[in-house]
Design a protein around this ligand. Structure first.
Ligand code: SF4
Length: 399
């Protein structure tokens, strides 16, 4: 990040963080209706000159078509007068992010490389299980937090994703799974985790707006109990998240001593472990039925000793946290400076936590063959070496 990178103000009482830039305006000059809340959608119709009474009715119909039926064009909206469609089409679009590439892992995990309207790539991952399907959603292109075990953290932050780009990920997954119209039962996409690229609490307003649309009963209709937001520990935003979004919380803890957490999750230098756990204890809505998930990546000889496991138990008990611990075997990537703990070590660690009465399952790595597993997300464009990019640029110029 260079010294002249502009700072992005974050809602709430925290320091601004460096950001790339705001999204470029749409090329076609049309307003995208995806990502607007109900009031904004109606206001957009009014601003474009529609009469008030009609804007109210059309707003409701269009909302239903976009979020319940998955419509991607006004032509599909059979209850909107034919004569009005050209007027809508001239002024508005219904756009999701572009799908650049879709990959399927041997274990059924799917990963999509997506592109924003102004040309930035990001990813989302769908993980099917026997009784549920979880979509791992990104909140930023790149990330500022540089967690040392995370491949995404080696990308610079390009920009925050807009509400349409966040809710659009859920819509694209529904497209691919054939899950329109929205229905309460029998769907494959049952859960959402805000655990893809980026730190969602550094893009609070857009994440809140997108999740509000996802949770709306007239639209995508996913219950807040099935949505989990994962933070690296942006302490001042956690209470606001519980109060205003109300989803489940997951925390990337990954270490129990200041020394190790400072190294692998550098945000710890700003918000230390005790402060973070206190914010978890105060998280609105957390109780034994809605436990907080603590993510813990298993790094060989770094954070995986018996002593670490016992300290983890001590800390969770000290703060009386309704907790479950997810042990994540480290997913290696080229250039990573850590190794995964041995299966025996992970088992011993898990046993200590379980014996203390705290659930600590070991997560089976999913989608490793397509780099879709935890901490592996990094877009294809960014993975190219500098030399490769230079060569391509030279070829483009020559061509
Ligand atoms: S783990 Fe999450 S917060 Fe940390 S660098 Fe990776 S994407 Fe960013």
């Amino acid at each position: 990040m260079s010294a002249d990178t502009p700072l992005m103000p974050i809602a709430g009482n925290i320091d601004p963080v460096p950001t790339g830039r705001a999204p470029a305006p749409d090329v076609d000059g049309k307003r995208n209706l995806v990502g607007l809340n109900k009031d904004e959608l109606r206001a957009a119709l009014l601003e474009a000159g529609m009469a008030e009474k009609q804007a109210k009715l059309r707003g409701k119909q269009i909302w239903h078509w976009i979020y319940n039926r998955g419509a991607t064009s006004f032509e599909e909206m059979t209850d909107i007068a034919k004569a009005q469609k050209p007027w809508l089409m001239e002024r508005f679009t219904i756009r999701r992010p572009e799908v650049v590439e879709a990959q399927v892992s041997t274990d059924g995990t799917r990963k999509w490389l997506l592109r924003t309207h102004d040309g930035h790539d990001f990813e989302m991952v769908f993980i099917p299980d026997a009784d549920r399907g979880t979509l791992c959603v990104s909140s930023q292109v790149g990330c500022t937090l540089n967690c040392r075990f995370c491949h995404t953290g080696t990308m610079r932050l390009v920009r925050n994703l807009e509400p349409y780009e966040i809710v659009g990920q859920v819509m694209l997954a529904r497209d691919a799974l054939g899950e329109w119209p929205s229905r309460p039962e029998g769907r494959m996409l049952t859960n959402i985790v805000m655990m893809g690229m980026g730190e969602p609490l550094y893009n609070f307003d857009n994440v809140k707006q997108a999740l509000t649309i996802v949770m709306d009963g007239d639209g995508l209709g996913l219950s807040k109990r099935r949505i989990t937001l994962s933070t690296s520990g942006v302490v001042p935003m956690m209470e606001k998240c519980g109060d205003e979004i109300g989803v489940n919380l997951a925390v990337s803890l990954h270490a129990v001593t200041k020394e190790v957490r400072d190294e692998i999750v550098p945000l710890n230098k700003k918000y230390g472990i005790e402060e973070l756990l206190q914010a978890c204890a105060d998280y609105p809505g957390a109780n034994n039925a809605r436990r907080i998930t603590f993510e813990y990546v298993m790094l060989k000889d770094k954070n995986d000793s018996d002593e670490d496991a016992r300290e983890l138990v001590r800390l969770l008990k000290k703060f009386d946290l309704p907790a479950k611990v997810n042990l994540i075997p480290f997913n290696p990537w080229e250039g990573a400076e850590y190794e995964c703990s041995t299966p025996e070590r992970i088992k011993a660690f898990s046993d200590i936590v379980f014996e203390a009465g705290i659930s600590a399952p070991v997560r089976t790595p999913r989608g490793r063959d397509i780099d879709a597993a935890c901490g592996q997300l990094k877009t294809a464009a960014e993975k190219k070496s500098r030399a490769q990019r230079d060569r391509e640029a030279a070829e483009n110029q020559a061509g």
